[in-house]
Design a protein around this ligand. Structure first.
Ligand code: UDX
Length: 452
């Protein structure tokens, strides 16, 4: 009898990448695979400590160093990307070598082309996972065409206001191309180069992604079978629903708090794992939430506020005034929160995982993007799927409390947005059920992995 296929799964070391690949790992286990999940040492510690010993005993967790010191920040993506590319290849090669003949597949993030080169050198078949919207990957595949057509110059800077890949595909504002959504020029250039390289590296491969056919239909029609959606990859869509892979320990008591709120009454506010906001903006957001008069659950992640200790950032007596109605946590079980019947809407930075999680649970959005792909996702939410409204900073770059209050009221009074959100939720759930598009895609992709 042949032994089970064994996947070595390797995410880029950031929260929004670890979570969906962990979910993919569970789906592989269900289909008879063994899985070794490879984190950086730093993230391995965080994941294990956040699980408090309640981890999966089925997935084997391994780790290698990322090259940064214990006190160094992992939020500087440029520095992190540079460091892992310089330091991780050798330990990765050693790990594969030591366990020679063990791994039958290497599954990793497209953000680490060097890791694919190693796996190929060691004769392991690879699978590329794209962690953002499929529409973005399609854009990356067209960077050369965009330059030739004079939409952007060879540094990615815009020359035309919008670009459209094909008739039927939503036009993208050139300002919202992800490499143009970084504040400093170095990061902008580095991201543009990465997008360019991603397109070159994976042009001939099938790339899987955390989306579903009905969500980005024109893209999958254009790029079938090269871009294959197998999502939504969410813990809440699995039978045991335990979420694993969080970098911070989840404050599960907030679910009990949600249990005591009225159906569709709570504003959920969360900005993912990277976004940092300044003191002025934090203040306006806090007062805006307070003045809505509605219950809210707000994730104030450690280090969320710039230049100040989070506790000091709250307006004077804010916590006393919102006691009982406003619930702040340092990290939420977000997928379970969004699934909760008391949630009315989601104030979100529109990271791709948060976007997919809101969509799958039929929750309308107030979008508040900060960088990278988040503006592209906002366009999907507000202009293509029409399941949310955008918040717009004033001339000083601040989103004021008055706007927050007005947009919450407008969103919650909009029945069309609510019904479109529910329709997408239905499609998302159907896609992962037996016979659904993602269910079939996942099975055929797994069969192909077993076959060769
Ligand atoms: C980053 C980028 O910012 C994002 O734009 C890109 O698409 C992926 O990488 P991040 O900012 O962390 O990700 O956002 P997001 O993609 O939304 O991922 C955050 C994940 O953390 C989600 O799975 C979310 O459920 C989880 N989360 C967030 C929690 O579990 N608890 C929280 O309190 C907040």
């Amino acid at each position: 009898m042949s032994s089970s296929p064994h996947a070595l799964v390797f995410p880029y070391p950031a929260q929004g990448h670890v979570i969906p690949l962990m979910e993919l790992s569970f789906r592989l286990l269900d289909r008879g695979f063994k899985v070794t999940f490879l984190n950086t040492d730093y993230n391995h510690e965080r994941v294990v400590s956040a699980m408090k010993g309640k981890g999966s005993n089925q997935i084997r967790m391994a780790s290698i160093p990322d090259g940064l010191g214990p006190e160094e920040t992992r939020s500087d993506l440029g520095r992190l990307t540079e460091s892992i590319a310089a330091v991780m290849p050798k330990p990765l090669e050693n790990l594969i070598m030591e366990e020679k003949n063990k791994f039958t597949r290497f599954i990793a993030d497209t953000n680490m082309p060097w890791a694919f080169a190693i796996a190929k050198k060691m004769a392991i078949r690879t699978v590329a996972f794209f962690p953002s919207a499929a529409g973005l990957l399609a854009l990356f595949f067209n960077i050369t065409k965009l330059i030739e057509n004079g939409i952007i110059d060879e540094n990615g800077l815009l020359k035309e206001e919008t670009c459209q890949l094909s008739l039927g595909v939503n036009p993208v504002s050139s300002l919202h191309l992800p490499w143009n959504c970084f504040h400093d020029e170095l990061a902008r250039k580095a991201v543009f180069q990465t997008c360019f390289k991603t397109a070159e590296e994976f042009a001939e491969e099938i790339v899987i992604c955390n989306s579903f056919e009905e969500l980005e239909k024109p893209i999958f029609e254009l790029y079938s079978p090269r871009i294959k959606p197998i999502g939504p990859l969410l813990a809440t869509l699995r039978s045991d629903a335990a979420s694993i892979g969080s970098f911070w320990s989840q404050e599960r008591a907030c679910i009990t708090w949600l249990d005591n709120q009225l159906p569709k009454s709570v504003i959920y506010v969360a900005f993912g794992s990277f976004t940092v906001i300044n003191h002025k903006q934090f203040h306006e957001l806090a007062l805006g939430l307070e003045l809505t008069g509605r219950p809210f659950l707000w994730v104030v992640r450690p280090g969320f506020t710039e230049g100040t200790v989070d506790e000091d950032a709250y307006p004077l007596n804010f916590k006393e005034r919102v006691l009982g109605r406003g619930h702040m946590v340092s990290w939420a079980p977000q997928q379970h929160v969004l699934q909760h019947p008391s949630i009315a809407c989601f104030i979100s930075h529109c990271g791709w995982n948060s976007t997919i999680e809101g969509v799958t649970n039929g929750v309308p959005f107030l979008s508040w993007p900060y960088f990278g792909d988040q503006f592209f996702d906002q366009d999907y939410i507000c202009d293509v799927w029409k399941i949310g409204l955008g918040l717009v900073p004033d001339e000083n770059g601040v989103i004021r409390r008055e706007q927050i209050i007005a947009k919450v009221e407008e969103l919650l009074g909009d029945e069309d947005i609510k019904s479109r959100s529910l329709a997408l939720k239905g499609m998302a759930h159907k896609s992962v059920k037996e016979g659904g598009s993602s269910f079939e895609n996942l099975n055929s992709f797994v069969d192909a992995m077993r076959g060769d």
